[in-house]
Write a protein that binds this ligand. Structure first.
Ligand SMILES: [Zn+2]
Length: 252
């Protein structure tokens, strides 16, 4: 895609990157806002999966594999290439949208710099960066409390949340075993939700994200939202920020 056509494609569009810790409620919020305001969501993780698992771009896949197989970090140029190609692709599918939500990009300060340059090239505007602030202890509780039904992975519970906890549990050798409300099957913990794994993931998140938050505070683009409150209140708080930018009067 040539520079001129991609510039036309994104001229005047508003970009809303979202930052939140794992289990910070980002997926829920982006889904609601995306539909409500016609702001398609660009998902960086999904773009990588499409290349690696679904073979969307074999040349790029080979390039990514050459780094990963050697235990090397994917260089910023390649990450930006993945972002640019896939985001322009999404933009071309939604020519009438006012803007886009960015999920998973930028992830660090280097990527934020790259995005700023791309915005100049596209004549797009990085409108606001929505940061869902959720304390590390809360995030950890959310993650480690998650239980999946052993019969149907769509039956998801959280034993640390009274609203989402299953009704039946049994104590066996000092270990709590929970059962699915729907079919009575035993509930299991996914390896990703084991305490040490969660801890490690959160440490990595903090290390990358803290400087990114500072960066966007410095550019006055950061909007910090209390992500620990009820999800509907989180939505309202974000709406109050983005509605004026979209030329809408805020609803209360
Ligand atoms: Zn079940």
């Amino acid at each position: 895609m040539s520079t001129s056509s991609s510039a036309n494609l994104l001229t005047g569009k508003l970009l809303f990157p979202f930052i939140a810790p794992p289990n910070g409620g980002k997926g829920t919020q982006t889904q609601i806002l995306s539909q409500r305001y016609n702001l398609p969501t660009f998902d960086m993780g999904a773009s990588f999966r499409a290349i690696m698992k679904e073979g969307k771009d074999p040349v790029l896949k080979a390039e990514l594999e050459s780094y990963m197989n050697n235990g090397k970090l994917v260089p910023i140029e390649t990450v930006v290439k993945v972002f640019k190609t896939n985001f322009e692709d999404l933009a071309s599918q939604h020519p009438t949208s006012r803007g886009f939500i960015l999920d998973g990009f930028p992830r660090n300060k280097e990527q934020a710099d790259a995005l700023s340059q791309l915005c100049t090239e596209w004549q797009a505007k990085l409108a606001k960066v929505i940061y869902l602030h959720v304390g590390m202890d809360v995030v950890k509780q959310r993650a480690t409390g998650r239980r999946f039904c052993s019969k149907n992975a769509r039956h998801v519970y959280n034993v640390n949340d009274t609203k989402l906890a299953p009704k039946v549990k049994k104590l066996e050798q000092n270990r709590e075993i929970w059962f699915c409300d729907i079919d009575g099957a035993e509930l299991i913990i996914r390896p990703d939700d084991e305490s040490e794994t969660v801890e490690k993931r959160l440490q990595e998140y903090k290390k990358e994200t803290d400087p990114l938050i500072e960066y966007f505070k410095g550019t006055q683009q950061l909007v910090e939202i209390n992500g620990e409150q009820d999800p509907s209140l989180v939505t309202q708080a974000i709406e109050a920020e983005i509605q004026p930018l979209l030329g809408l009067s805020p609803t209360s």
